[in-house]
Structures are given as structure tokens and as C-alpha cells.
Design a protein around this ligand. Structure first.
Ligand SMILES: Cc1cc2nc3c(=O)[nH]c(=O)nc-3n(C[C@H](O)[C@H](O)[C@H](O)COP(=O)(O)OP(=O)(O)OC[C@H]3O[C@@H](n4cnc5c(N)ncnc54)[C@H](O)[C@@H]3O)c2cc1C
Ligand SMILES: NC(=O)c1ccc[n+]([C@@H]2O[C@H](COP(=O)([O-])OP(=O)(O)OC[C@H]3O[C@@H](n4cnc5c(N)ncnc54)[C@H](OP(=O)(O)O)[C@@H]3O)[C@@H](O)[C@H]2O)c1
Length: 248
């Protein structure tokens, strides 16, 4: 029988903002497919508190990485924010979830839409070769409230350097004006064609698969807009164009 947890050791914590941080963990024998999540757990006041977290690292990288936002009064995310190098953290030994490329039908372009920390699983996927052998273009769209929350810019630059015009990165900042990001929300800009125009690619049922991850309200509103242009939910039993993962 597989053990419930493997013990990991924190090797680094990067604080991007007052609320956003990434935890790097050394842990033996954790297996997953890029895009999946596992459970992460800490003992808080003698109680085990466990939550799902997506892997940001690719399966080829030895050190595990999790990207988190500390949610006000959130038990695990506020405790994880206080972790220091050398602390222990329990990690589920196997990945779960269907936000993975093996589950996606063959098509021309893949769109990866994220709010907040849900950019994590896409970075894991984009560090593997699969996105670049299966699709012509990969569009990563990251929506955050404030510009400082557009994290992992170095990783995104590395991917751009490697794949050039095949990789399109579009950012949204909803609560302040910026010079480099779109203002507003993803679903509205699917409805009015702004997102397609920005990417310079049309979205239609013959050339598109869309992965959506993060805020459940964004998933719901985006799915409504995609259905209007003929895309439908993907299921193994009935292939479609939309794959989703709610973070809460
Ligand atoms: C499949 C899956 C994968 C996940 N992967 C990640 C991940 O990689 N990174 C991550 O930060 N979280 C991720 N989450 C959410 C994570 O499991 C926790 O819920 C979150 O870290 C907060 O934990 P908590 O114990 O502090 O508060 P909880 O009691 O778990 O959550 C309290 C409230 O916080 C809000 N919330 C929870 N998660 C987020 C979030 N990520 N962004 C904004 N608001 C949120 C919701 O309103 C939720 O009801 C994932 C969730 C699922 C289901
Ligand atoms: N971000 C912060 O500065 C901050 C600070 C302290 C605490 N927190 C807490 O941390 C948690 C996470 O915040 P977060 O900013 O990472 O995540 P979030 O609330 O999910 O916001 C991320 C992005 O998703 C957008 N969004 C929300 N609902 C949407 C919808 N229905 N359709 C399309 N887009 C939608 C937001 O736009 P809108 O801006 O238009 O909603 C924002 O651009 C929350 O519990 C929050 O209270 C956040």
C-alpha cells in the first residue's frame, strides 16, 4: 500500500508580495504528471491540515515547488507562509487531476487561462516538451488584481526565449492601470473578441482547446463565453474543447 505522506524538507521560500509566496521542497519518490496537484499538509495546533496544491516544477526537476497565496484566515496557506528553510512538510506521494496534456484531444492551439496562483500547473506543463510537440501555438493568459502579482516573469521569459512566436503570454491586471497588461477580466474579452485580437489567433471548435484553472467564478463565466462560440466541455466519453480545474 502507498504511504499517505512522504516527509519533505523546505529548501527555499520566496516571498513575491505580502501575500504570494513559493515553497520549494525536497522530498523522495513523489510521482506526478505535469499539470497535476497533490495534497500538502502541516500539523497546526496538533491537527493535521491538508489541502491540494498544484506542482509548479516539472516532473523532470528534483525539487518540488508550490505557489500559494495566503488567504485571510486560511489555516494552511497562512501557516505555509511562515515556513523556513529546514522545516518539515508532508507531501502526498502521487499526483492527481486531469489538467494534463495527455487528456487533451489533438488540435492546433492550446489556451491556458489562469487567475492568481493557478498559473502554477501551466508552468509545470510548459517546462515539459509535450506542449511544444502537440500544438502549433500555446497561449498563456494570467489574470491578477495588481501588477506586482504577475509573478514568475523569469520563467515566462525563458519559455519565450526558447519557443519564440509559438508562445504567446497575455496578462490581465484588473484593479490598476498598467502599460503592459490588459485591464479587466478574461470572460468579457472572450465575448468581445479582445483576447483573440491580442493573441492574433482565432478561437473556434476546429482549432482550439482551452484549459481554465483558478477562481470558480472565472471558470463559470469563461465557460459561458466559450460555449457561445461553439466550444463545449471536454469529457473522456465525449471529447470537447474545455478542461477546467476549480481551486475552491
Ligand atoms: C485541485 C486544487 C489545486 C489547488 N492548487 C493550489 C495551488 O497550487 N496554489 C494555491 O494557492 N492554492 C491551490 N489550491 C487551493 C488550496 O488547496 C487551498 O484552498 C488554499 O491554499 C487556501 O488554503 P487555506 O487552508 O488557507 O484556506 P481554505 O479554507 O482552503 O480556503 C479558504 C478560502 O480561500 C479562498 N481561496 C482558496 N484558494 C485560493 C487561491 N488559490 N486563490 C485565491 N483564493 C483562494 C477561497 O475563497 C476559499 O474558500 C488548490 C485547490 C484545489 C482544489
Ligand atoms: N490580491 C490581493 O491583493 C490580496 C490581498 C490580500 C488578500 N487577498 C485574498 O487572497 C485571495 C486570492 O486573491 P487573488 O487576487 O489571488 O484571486 P482572485 O480574487 O481570484 O483574483 C484574481 C483575478 O481573477 C479575477 N476574477 C475574479 N472573478 C472573476 C470572474 N468571475 N471572471 C473573470 N475574472 C475574475 C479578478 O478580477 P477582479 O479584480 O475584477 O475581481 C483578478 O483579476 C482572496 O481570498 C483575497 O481576499 C488578496
Amino acid at each position: 500500500m502507498t504511504e499517505k505522506w512522504v516527509q519533505g524538507e523546505v529548501v527555499d521560500v520566496k516571498h513575491w508580495t505580502e501575500t504570494l509566496y513559493s515553497v520549494k521542497v525536497s522530498a523522495p519518490n513523489v510521482e506526478f504528471i505535469a499539470g497535476q496537484y497533490t495534497k500538502v499538509s502541516l500539523s497546526i495546533n496538533d491537527q493535521e491540515v491538508a489541502r491540494p496544491y498544484s506542482f509548479v516544477n516539472s516532473p523532470n526537476e528534483d525539487i518540488l515547488e508550490f505557489y500559494s497565496v495566503s488567504v485571510p484566515n486560511g489555516p494552511l496557506s497562512t501557516a505555509m507562509q511562515k515556513l523556513k528553510e529546514g522545516d518539515n512538510i508532508n507531501i502526498g506521494p502521487k499526483g492527481n487531476g486531469f489538467l494534463i496534456l495527455n487528456e487533451i484531444p489533438i488540435t492546433e492551439n492550446i489556451w491556458m487561462l489562469a487567475t492568481g496562483t493557478a498559473i502554477g500547473p501551466y508552468l509545470s506543463i510548459l517546462k515539459t516538451k509535450d506542449s511544444w510537440t502537440k500544438f502549433k501555438k500555446v497561449v498563456l493568459v494570467h489574470a491578477v488584481r495588481y501588477e506586482k502579482e504577475l509573478t514568475y516573469q523569469d520563467t515566462i521569459r525563458d519559455i519565450k526565449d526558447q519557443y519564440g512566436d509559438r508562445f504567446i503570454y497575455i496578462s490581465y491586471v484588473s484593479r490598476e492601470e498598467t502599460s503592459t497588461s490588459l485591464r479587466g477580466r478574461i470572460p468579457k474579452d472572450i465575448g468581445n473578441g479582445v483576447l483573440e485580437k491580442e493573441a492574433n489567433i482565432q478561437m473556434n471548435p476546429n482549432n482550439t482547446h482551452v484549459m481554465i484553472c483558478g477562481n470558480p467564478a472565472m471558470l463559470k463565466d469563461t465557460t459561458v463565453e466559450l460555449k457561445k462560440i461553439g466550444l463545449k466541455k471536454h469529457r473522456r466519453s465525449s471529447p470537447g474543447h474545455i478542461t477546467t480545474e476549480n481551486y475552491w
